[in-house]
Design a protein around this ligand. Structure first.
Ligand code: SAM
Length: 388
C-alpha cells in the first residue's frame, strides 16, 4: 500500500485515467474515460499522457496477463483516435508493435491466469477545491483473470470495494478495533483495516488457494501475514493473521476464543448450502462476552440470554466486561432473493438482528474512475446479537 501520492494533482480526469489503467479496468471503460478527458475525442495530449503515464509506467512488462491488457488498450486507443481523425502519437504504434512481436507464450498466459491490479482510493486533499481527488492510497493486488472459473476467492468483488470505501469513510469506527473478516478473498479489506489503524486484523477463508493468494497480497502491501498464535500478532503492528476457516467445519470452541469487536464480510451470501454454516459462524463470533448459557440446549443458539447489566451500559465495569457487543458489517450484492431471504430467516432463528444500513452508512465515492464498479448494487447490513 502506498500513501498520499499525487499524480497530476490538479487534473482529476487524467488522474482517473491513470487509476483506471492501474486497476486494469475493462478497456472500453478506459476508452470512455480517455474520451471524457478532452471533450469527446482522444486528443494528442491525452494519447501522450496514456503513453507516458500509463503504458510506459509499468515496470514489469513481462507479466503475461498485463501484457495482453496492454496490447488491448493500445489497439483500442489507436483505433479510437483514428476513428475521429486525430493524429496518432508515434510512440503508441511503436509500443503496440513491441507488444505484438514479443514472444510471450500463450500457454503461460492461460496457466498463470493472474493479473496485478492497483486499486487507487482517491480522496480530497481538503486544502484546495480545485485539487479534489488528489490524495491517493494505492493497493496492489494479485487477482485471478477469470472470476467465474473456480477462482471466486482470487477475484475482487464489488462488495469488498464497498467495504473498503466504508472503512476509509468512517475510519474511527474501525481504528483500534479487533476486526475479523470471513470469506476474505484477495484480502483488500484487511489492507484497508490496517491502513486506518485497526488494532488487530484476522482474515479468513475456506479455500486454500485463496488463502495463499491473500498472503501474497499482504506481502505486496508490506504487511506480514501470520497463521500462528494470535499472541505474535500483537507484537508486530503490521501483522495480519490469515486463517483457514471453512464455515462448515469451524469449531465452536475455536470461534469462541476470538471475541472480535467487528466482524466483516463481503459478497459471502450466495450459496444456500453454506448459509446455515455462515449463520453459525456469525452467531458465535457476535455473541457478547457476558452471556449466560445456562438455559441453552445443545445446538440451540436461540435460547441464549444477553445479561448486560446497567453497570455495563454505564461503563462502570472493568474494561473487559464493559466491552461493547460486537457488530458485523456485511456488504452484499443480492443476486438471488431466495438465498438472501433464507439468510434472513436463519439469522432470525439464531437471534441475530439484520439491519439494512445502506441508506444511513453511505461510504464516500473514493473510486470515481472505476466505471465497472456499481456502488448502488451493493447493500450494507449491520448484524448483531439481539438481546432477548
Ligand atoms: C464471492 S467471494 C468474495 C471474496 C471477497 N470477500 C470479495 O468481496 O472480494 C466469496 C468468498 O467466500 C469464500 N467462501 C465461500 N464459501 C465458504 C465457506 N464455506 N467457508 C469459508 N469461506 C468460504 C470464498 O472462498 C471466497 O473467497
Amino acid at each position: 500500500m502506498e500513501d498520499a501520492g499525487t499524480h497530476d494533482a490538479c487534473s482529476p480526469d487524467l488522474l482517473y485515467l491513470k487509476s483506471s489503467f492501474l486497476a486494469m479496468e475493462p478497456a472500453d471503460y478506459f476508452i470512455s474515460l480517455a474520451r471524457q478527458s478532452d471533450g469527446g475525442s482522444i486528443t494528442e495530449r491525452v494519447q501522450t499522457f496514456i503513453l507516458e503515464h500509463c503504458i510506459n509506467s509499468i515496470e514489469d512488462k513481462g507479466t503475461a496477463c498485463n501484457l495482453t491488457y496492454m496490447k488491448n488498450i493500445l489497439k483500442k486507443v489507436i483505433t479510437a483516435a483514428e476513428s475521429t481523425h486525430d493524429v496518432v502519437v508515434e510512440g503508441l504504434y511503436e509500443q503496440l508493435a513491441y507488444y505484438l512481436t514479443s514472444h510471450m507464450d500463450d500457454d503461460l498466459l492461460i496457466e498463470k491466469n493472474r493479473i496485478y491490479r492497483q486499486i487507487s482510493f482517491l480522496c480530497s486533499s481538503g486544502h484546495d477545491d480545485k485539487c479534489l481527488n488528489s490524495m491517493n492510497l494505492v493497493v496492489p493486488l494479485q487477482c485471478s483473470l477469470n472470476m467465474l472459473e473456480g477462482d471466486t476467492g482470487c477475484a475482487l468483488w464489488p462488495s469488498s470495494l464497498f467495504l473498503s470505501e466504508l472503512i476509509l469513510s468512517y475510519p474511527m469506527t474501525f481504528s483500534n478495533k479487533f476486526c475479523f473478516e470471513v470469506g476474505s478473498g484477495v484480502g483488500l479489506v484487511g489492507v484497508i483495516l490496517k491502513h486506518v489503524g485497526a488494532s488487530k486484523v484476522i482474515l479468513s477463508d475456506g479455500d486454500m488457494s485463496t488463502l495463499e493468494n491473500m498472503k501474497l497480497n499482504l506481502e505486496l502491501n508490506h504487511l506480514a501475514s501470520e497463521t500462528m498464535a494470535s499472541q505474535r500478532i500483537c507484537e508486530n503492528p503490521n501483522m495480519v493473521e490469515c486463517k483457514h476457516l471453512p464455515w462448515e467445519s469451524a469449531s465452536e470452541s475455536e470461534l469462541q476464543t476470538y471475541h472480535p469487536d467487528i466482524v466483516l464480510g463481503a459478497d459471502i451470501i450466495y450459496d444456500p448450502l453454506y448459509v446455515p454454516h455462515l449463520i453459525r459462524v456469525l452467531s458465535v463470533l457476535l455473541r457478547p462476552l457476558k452471556f449466560c448459557s445456562s438455559e441453552r440446549k445443545a445446538g440451540d443458539l436461540s435460547c441464549y440470554r444477553c445479561t448486560r447489566t446497567t453497570e455495563d451500559m454505564n461503563g462502570d465495569n472493568s474494561p473487559n466486561e464493559a466491552k461493547e457487543a460486537p457488530n458485523a458489517y456485511i456488504a452484499a450484492v443480492i443476486r438471488n432473493m431466495e438465498t438472501f431471504n433464507y439468510f434472513l430467516k436463519l439469522a432470525a432463528e439464531a437471534s441475530l438482528s439484520v439491519l439494512d444500513v445502506t441508506a444511513t452508512m453511505k461510504p464516500k465515492n473514493l473510486l470515481p474512475y472505476m466505471l465497472s464498479y456499481d456502488r448502488s448494487s451493493v447493500h450494507l447490513y449491520q448484524v448483531s446479537f439481539s438481546c432477548i
